[in-house]
Design a protein around this ligand. Sequence first.
Ligand code: NAP
Length: 304
Amino acid sequence: MTDIVIIGAGTAGLTAGIYAARAGKSVKVLESTVYGGQIVNTPDIENYPGMAHVSGFEFAQKLYEQATGLGVEVVMTSAASIKDQGDTKVVVTTGNEEIPCKAVILATGAKNRHLGLEGEDKLVGRGISYCATCDGMFFRKKDVAVNGGGNTALGDALYLAGICNKVYLIHRRDQFRGAERDARKLEACDNVEFVLNSNVTRLNDENGKLSSIEVTDKNTKEVRTIPVSALFVAIGQTPDNGAFSDLVELDEKGYIRAGEDCKTSCEGIFAAGDCRTKSLRQLTTAAGDGAVAATEACTYIDRQ
Ligand code: NAP
């Protein structure tokens, strides 16, 4: 039987894997998409201690190599549910495989929030994107827009300003939530225009591709049509913990209720990183959670 199954191979999950493997436990990390989690979409990380600059992709790659080098097994599969059999937990995958283990760490992160506009889903890959580093190069020298005011939106806008002809940064307020330093860098870019106090209210397409967006000023209600080849939606994330809600308590927004010790309402199940209730969701806090959750899980197993 595996000692610890970790669900999610983002920063929290892989860090938990590193700590658990170094503590002598056997570890499986289940990942449904790509290892690294959300950070792979960040062009330049400037706030991880000890690394002045690193791309999210490089960070994720190093984390993966560090974890697997220590013996952590990363399995590409989705967890559909968990059965609680007391000292044994059984993680059931979407392919109906059952993985028995002694403890589970949920590190499911969060998924990109969508605007919910008509045509949004249909235009994904045809002008709508949730990842500037993945898709930005397709729109090289074109006019594009970024929607959002957090660190992701600011980082995306900076990255796109370097490769696109023009970048409209649309945000629903007149102040950014993201780092002041990045906002100042964007102000200094000749090809970046801030469209503040505004929401994207309509997506227009031609021949199945995004051709322009309509943006409504919240105060004046004025509607402006901006011709763009791409809209990068960076309006935050929402948790995705529904599959485990029968076992662990969620808050009203769907985050797993767990304190700084990463213990959930179910003994033997821990939560780490962006998927749990916390005040600051950052790379550093995800890594910190991974370390705590793994240590708590090891202690729990050793007491069995
Ligand atoms: P975020 O910080 O939650 O920001 C989301 C932004 O989208 C906010 O500006 C919000 O506006 C706006 N927004 C939310 N819902 C909206 C809607 N329906 N329509 C229009 N705008 C909407 O999300 P994030 O930028 O993806 O960042 C997530 C976490 O990762 C944060 O903790 C962030 O600091 C962290 N992160 C860190 C780094 C880094 O350290 N290098 C890089 C990327 C992300 P309001 O401001 O009005 O609420």
